[in-house]
Ligand binder design. Structure first.
Ligand SMILES: [Zn+2]
Length: 292
């Protein structure tokens, strides 16, 4: 068991040790999984169908010896090297093609689902299965070219699910799917620092979700964020959400002449009220959200 004496003043490690999390997509997710294990998490379920390739080493925490192994297997080995007593269950499966028994084994009884895949189908499926099994949910994504990233979280009583936070994204991906195309951006151009910066913030949010209510810094984080379920992170100083628009500069009201503003900044946002006034089918059925 990890000696957590040096972080116990800010984090409810005893509560964390009782939690179960499910990680969907463990390429970039290995860093986040390692951070959570080092924080005192003991029980993880990890889902990923891929094997480690030599191109992964420049930005994922695998080693040369891992090439050719299943990513879930290599992840388990890396986690057990830090905490040999951790309970790590692995599933070398595609989350969009699970049978009912596997869905249950992976999601039932999980406190938090972390969707860390780089494709929309996996992220949206993980969200749906989290809702159906009563799990809390977080997705982490890197924007094209690694210029920025986003972290979305849904606790059980939060207003929006993933679909309700990004209704236009679902419409666009579904239209592309029907047309036989994919809108998933290639993750080329996102070096390791991009992923670990976003994942470090995601680790903080996950610890806040798992230990909410504790009388310490992480225990207060969810209350401080309130209904702001989305963090958008700017990494590249040249990042623009659309031509001529820097979302973070605009939302923070930072003047163009302000010399202090560059990058490595974040904003927290709530879902648009019109996208949650008509809860999705899964929220109506499994979260008890009603149309007002
Ligand atoms: Zn929903």
């Amino acid at each position: 068991m990890i000696n957590t004496r040096r972080i116990q003043s800010v984090l409810d490690v005893a509560t964390l040790a009782e939690k179960v999390i499910t990680i969907v997509g463990t390429g970039g997710g290995l860093f986040l999984a390692l951070a959570l294990i080092r924080s005192g998490l003991r029980r993880l379920r990890i889902v990923d169908p891929d094997t480690v390739d030599d191109v992964n080493l420049c930005r994922q925490f695998f080693t040369k010896d891992d090439i050719g192994k299943q990513k879930v297997e290599a992840t388990k080995e890396a986690l057990l090297a830090v905490d040999p007593e951790a309970d790590v269950e692995i599933f070398p499966l595609d989350v969009t093609k699970l049978c009912e028994d596997d869905k249950k084994a992976i999601f039932a009884g999980s406190d938090l689902v972390l969707a860390l895949s780089d494709n929309h189908a996996a992220q949206s499926t993980a969200s749906k299965l989290a809702i159906q099994h009563g799990c809390e949910f977080m997705s982490v994504g890197i924007y094209p070219g690694g210029q920025g990233g986003e972290i979305f979280r849904m606790r059980r009583n939060d207003p929006a699910c993933y679909r309700e936070m990004f209704p236009h994204r679902f419409v666009q991906h579904e239209a592309a799917h029907v047309a036989g195309k994919s809108l998933d951006p290639t993750s080329d151009g996102a070096p390791i620092s991009v992923g670990t910066l976003v994942d470090s913030i995601a680790c903080d949010i996950a610890l806040g979700m798992l230990t909410a209510g504790a009388d310490n810094r992480y225990g207060r984080l969810m209350e401080q964020l309130g209904d702001r379920q989305l963090l958008v992170i700017k990494i590249d100083p040249a990042w623009e959400t659309s031509p001529e628009r820097d979302l973070i500069r605009d939302e923070l009201g930072i003047d163009q002449e302000n010399p202090f503003y560059v990058a490595y900044s974040t904003i927290a946002m709530a879902a648009a009220s019109d996208s949650i006034s008509q809860p999705c089918h899964d929220c109506q059925q499994y979260r008890g959200c009603v149309v007002e």
